[in-house]
Write a protein that binds this ligand. Structure first.
Ligand code: GUN
Length: 286
């Protein structure tokens, strides 16, 4: 069994991003990511702090807007509009989840698609599904880049994505399909989940239930990617996969933490550089 090490893979990706950021800075383009955090969600605060730190490490400017829980939807939309038309801002990310009084769909659609580094805007969703170049959501992109880095070619593999969220499951399935995998999307209504998983050469678990994928659901030598991050009662973190037992069968497996998580942030930086490069090209600087 080999570990898919997201920490070391993301470190080499980030080293490359820092070089690209500096080559943009040399031509007068400082790559810039704007992040909007509304409210007091603890996990969201941690993620936003991690994004800020990663930007700093890679010489990308981060502009963090921390707004109170009571922020009105119109106020949020007005801020997004300001960032949309600000040419010095390459990338806009609204941290999810948003407070209940705000309509997430309206907010995500209001972000200019050319700055939508989360890849959640319908135009980018459509581009991914049509195999066109656009922004791909960071977590599934991080999974794909990590598989590539370890030389895992998914072409022809039976891939099972467990989870059908817009953030992970659906874009993950599209990425794998675009790379010629045979893809099944399983979810909470799926019958015979265990049988379906047992048939998989590659399982991507994005369910949000601790240790949901057990060893009896996994075929010998399968590749197992765990997108879950769950906090247990004792305060420890665990994924959606029963790592201790599944790792004895898998050919490759991601640990939690240190697997998919660090790759997600690296892909956010990568998408920001992609947008800044587009800005430089438009200005004839690249
Ligand atoms: N909340 C959890 N994951 C994500 C993500 O990938 N992007 C944003 N914007 N919010 C999230």
């Amino acid at each position: 069994m080999k570990i898919l090490d997201g920490k070391s893979t993301s470190a080499s990706v980030k080293a490359m991003i820092k070089k690209q950021a500096n080559s943009l800075i040399e031509v007068g383009i400082k790559p810039a990511l704007a992040v909007i955090l509304v409210g007091e969600n603890k996990a969201s605060k941690t993620y936003v702090n991690a994004k800020e730190k990663a930007c700093k490490e890679c010489d990308i400017a981060s502009i963090i807007h921390r707004l109170p829980e009571q922020t009105k939807q119109e106020e949020l939309l007005a801020l997004i509009n300001v960032l949309n038309i600000d040419d010095s801002v390459d990338a806009i990310l609204v941290q999810l989840p948003l407070p209940k009084h705000i309509d997430e769909k309206i907010v995500l659609e209001s972000i200019k698609d050319s700055k939508d580094v989360d890849g959640f805007h319908a135009l980018n969703v459509g581009k991914l599904s049509s195999g066109l170049d656009g922004f791909v959501p960071c977590t599934p992109l991080g999974v794909k880049v990590m598989l590539d880095e370890y030389g895992i070619d998914v072409s022809g593999l039976n891939a099972v994505v467990v989870g059908r969220s817009n953030i992970v499951g659906k874009p993950m399935a599209n990425l794998l399909l675009n790379a010629n995998a045979t893809v099944t999307i399983a979810h909470s209504h799926t019958k015979n989940l265990s049988e379906i998983c047992k048939n998989a050469d590659l399982i991507v678990a994005a369910i949000g239930k601790p240790k949901f994928i057990t060893a009896d659901m996994v075929r010998d030598k399968a590749v197992v990617v765990d997108v879950g991050i769950n906090r247990l009662d004792d305060g420890s973190l665990c994924g959606d996969v029963d790592y201790e037992n599944v790792s004895k069968k898998a050919s490759f497996i991601t640990p939690v933490p240190g697997g998919v998580g660090p790759m997600t942030i690296a892909m956010l930086l990568s998408n920001t550089i992609k947008s800044a490069t587009n800005r430089a090209k438009k200005l004839g600087l690249k």
